[in-house]
Design a protein around this ligand. Structure first.
Ligand code: NAP
Length: 248
């Protein structure tokens, strides 16, 4: 088991990619603390699924936008689990709109969740990692943060911000033996992409060389790699997981 007896804190794991990451890491023996915002039933079912894998698991309802609440969550996690080794910044939302129609609320909600949330959780955990001279961070960005996407200027700005955050922190934290990497998924089959019209989905698939949407597990397996010794000389990188979409 690659992550036996380590403890990971994952934001937004009640559904989708975060949930798949939690399960993938737990299969490697990693204890999991995760948060959610609204999906209490899904969070409770994940907690049970994780416990069945013989690891410690705890779901906490905390808004990733709330710096004080996130700090309390991290302190409680350290006390309950007896330490902290891994941080995965995953919680994210979309509010797609042409900029000409975008409200300040659409802008701030996306930036404060996707980018502000990563700041809040990393800021709360980093002192522990620095003191113990050990820790691994993986941030979930998006291929949109690399290529841009019409009607996603708020989301693209937040996700491009995550890439800059990753590259800066990788340099800042390397002296403390802390690696910081990111993964940039393309179109992944989750609730986030479920609402897309079928004709639009068909058009997207025509532009993906591997001719399918990705699965949450495709992302989770790459996150596992970035948290394992197999990637011990990789830091500051963003691995694109998009079936080749950004190449064409
Ligand atoms: P999803 O299915 O919509 O799940 C989002 C997760 O984030 C849920 O667990 C949700 O909790 C949580 N969350 C949202 N706002 C939160 C907040 N304020 N505080 C705490 N938790 C919050 O999305 P997904 O597709 O799995 O996406 C996960 C990450 O991958 C996001 O960062 C997204 O931008 C990125 N990504 C996704 C795709 C894709 O195609 N799906 C592509 C590229 C990047 P609740 O369930 O409680 O609401």
């Amino acid at each position: 088991m690659l992550l036996k007896d380590k403890t990971a804190i994952i934001s937004g794991a009640s559904r989708g990619i975060g949930r798949a990451i939690a399960l993938e890491l737990a299969k490697q023996g990693c204890n999991i603390a995760f948060n959610y915002l609204k999906s209490q039933a899904e969070a409770e079912s994940l907690e049970a699924e994780l416990a069945a894998l013989d690891v410690k698991a705890k779901a906490t309802q905390v808004d990733i936008k709330d710096f004080a609440a996130v700090s309390v969550w991290v302190e409680e996690t350290k006390a309950t689990f007896g330490g902290l080794d891994i941080l995965v910044n995953n919680a994210g939302i979309i509010r797609d709109k042409a900029l000409a129609l975008m409200s300040p609320d659409d802008w701030h909600e996306v930036i404060n969740t996707n980018l502000g949330g990563a700041f809040n959780l990393t800021r709360a955990a980093v002192i522990t990692f620095i003191k113990q001279k050990k820790g691994d961070i993986v941030n979930i960005t998006s291929v949109t943060g690399v290529t841009g996407m019409p009607r996603q200027s708020n989301y693209a700005a937040s996700k491009a911000g995550i890439i800059g955050f990753t590259r800066s922190l990788a340099q800042e934290l390397a002296p403390y033996n802390i690696r910081v990497n990111a993964v940039a998924p393309g179109f992944i089959d989750t609730d986030m992409t479920q609402g897309l019209k079928q004709e639009y989905k068909d058009e997207i698939i025509r532009n993906i060389p591997l001719a399918r949407f990705g699965k949450s597990q495709d992302v989770a397996k790459t996150v596992k790699f970035l948290l394992s010794n197999a990637s011990s000389y990789i830091t500051g990188q963003t691995i694109i997981i998009d079936g080749g979409m950004s190449l064409v």
